[in-house]
Design a protein. Structure first.
Length: 95
């Protein structure tokens, strides 16, 4: 496992696990990477693209709360942790 993704929103985690996105979302991805992402696209899925299996196999998705997260459930250390809008989830006692 190369990447672990923990989100507090289970809906976002479920969408990420599917790894299927609208092609219009490719606009935020550098053009040199787009052919790699589009190689599994078929006419039936012309408006969507899915991440290749070799990428998905390297990802682990979890839904959880940062406050209640059990750090011992992770067997390896994190190299980087990105936090976005994190402070809105904590009250004064948690900080």
């Amino acid at each position: 496992m190369d990447r672990r993704i923990v989100r507090s929103d289970p809906v976002v985690v479920a969408r990420a696990r599917k790894a299927t996105y609208l092609k219009s979302e490719l606009n935020s991805i550098p053009t040199e990477y787009q052919p790699f992402l589009l190689r599994g696209t078929t006419p039936a899925t012309k408006n969507y693209f899915a991440l290749p299996p070799e990428i998905c196999q390297r990802l682990e998705f979890r839904s959880g709360s940062l406050v209640a997260l059990d750090a011992s459930s992770f067997t390896q250390r994190f190299d980087v942790i990105f936090c976005r809008n994190v402070l809105i989830y904590f009250d004064n006692l948690s900080v």
